[in-house]
Ligand binder design. Structure first.
Ligand code: Q9C
Ligand code: ZN
Length: 348
């Protein structure tokens, strides 16, 4: 299958607060480099660079003033004399009376973020925008490819970095800024797909994707993830979140216990895939986080590298055109193997 990437991801290399100090983020540039190296070494298929896309594709999913904020945040931050990464330190939690966007950049940072996990540096916007370009280019390539014969399970791979699934309509968080999977799903709808599904297999619940499609029936969101009672993002991802309004019944969360291994994972995966097929899905977007790996430094499932081959096979069995969008995965030595195993398993 085709892999789409962008070298512009190197422009983003943020910090994170860990163990009481500021450290380089787990979400590092070598993540995408190691996945691309593995794609090339594995003979998965051709590799192409992303094509620049119109801004309207971003604001079709995200609030325009949030996109404006992302684009201008670094300039506003440096105008106050600072050159290190911009991070929020105050948030509009329940009960506080001011609910509109503040004027000062330090207030805006909290207004447009769920946590301090999405630092903004000099190159962040260029990398973030290129990451969305990667998803859209890979989606277009999939939709433009000849339908062929057989099961219909054709795929393309968007090697996005930074990831996207924690980014909601109007906030960043968890290493994410623009929701690449949601932006691609929305373009599929614009291009005529009547029913789309997003299957999120990242260890962490995709709260951003859920937020974006929560009141819509045309895009089903299904997610397997660590139970938010004990796992980030803590404030979303419970099974009782099933959608609202027209979208009631079109959001399916499958929280799983700390330490879940493949044997416990696979029946739930198959249930999510049954739900996706019952939706009448015409195009599947997979938010492909490989932080479900047993060696992941910030996650708590126990999938092994060979399990990712089975993961790809199970997804292929749904028989749908499938766009894989890279999300998390932080054990840099293994994420190339685990991501490419998923894609090789899908290809059969
Ligand atoms: N010490 C994605 O996988 N921080 N984001 C967890 C662990 C947030 C993960 C803290 C993790 C966000 C795309
Ligand atoms: Zn994750």
């Amino acid at each position: 299958m085709l892999t789409v990437h962008s070298p512009a991801h190197h422009l983003h290399h943020g910090v994170e607060l860990k163990d009481g100090t500021v450290k380089p983020s787990f979400e590092s540039p070598d993540r995408a480099d190691t996945v691309l190296a593995r794609v090339r070494a594995s003979g998965l298929g051709p590799v192409a660079e992303a094509i620049a896309q119109p801004r309207e594709a971003l604001t079709d999913v995200h609030a325009p003033r949030y996109v404006d904020f992302l684009e201008t945040a670094w300039a506003q931050w440096t105008a106050t004399g600072r050159q290190h990464d911009a991070l929020p330190l105050v948030w509009p939690v329940r009960g506080l009376p001011v609910t509109d966007e503040p004027q000062h950049i330090d207030g805006k940072l909290g207004f447009y973020a769920m946590d301090a996990g999405a630092p903004i540096g000099a190159g962040t916007w260029a990398a973030v925008r290129a990451s969305a370009d990667v998803a859209l280019t890979a989606l277009d390539a999939l939709l433009d490819a000849p339908a062929g014969t057989g099961t219909g399970a054709r795929g393309s791979f968007a090697l996005c970095r930074p990831p996207g699934h924690h980014a909601a309509r109007a906030y960043a968080g968890g290493y994410c800024y623009l929701n690449n999977a949601a932006i691609a799903a929305q373009r599929a709808v614009r291009r005529g797909a009547r029913r789309v599904a997003v299957l999120d297999v990242d260890f962490h619940h995709g709260n951003g994707t859920q937020d974006i499609f929560y009141e819509r029936a045309d895009v089903l969101f299904a997610s397997l993830h660590g139970d938010p009672a004990r796992c980030y993002p803590y404030f979303a991802g419970q099974a009782g979140e099933t959608g609202a309004g027209a979208g009631l019944g079109f959001n399916a969360n499958y929280p799983l216990p700390w330490g879940t291994d493949w044997a416990a994972y696979v029946p739930v995966l198959d249930e999510a895939l049954r739900r996706i097929r019952a939706h009448g899905t015409e195009l599947l977007v997979v938010s492909l986080g490989v932080d479900t790996f047993e060696g992941d430094p910030i996650s708590h499932f126990r999938l092994r590298s060979e399990d990712f081959l089975r993961l790809g096979e199970r997804i292929a069995a749904a028989g749908l055109p499938t766009l894989f969008v890279m999300e998390g995965g932080y054990m840099v030595d293994e994420i190339g193997l685990n991501a490419v195993n998923t894609l090789l398993g899908f290809e059969g």
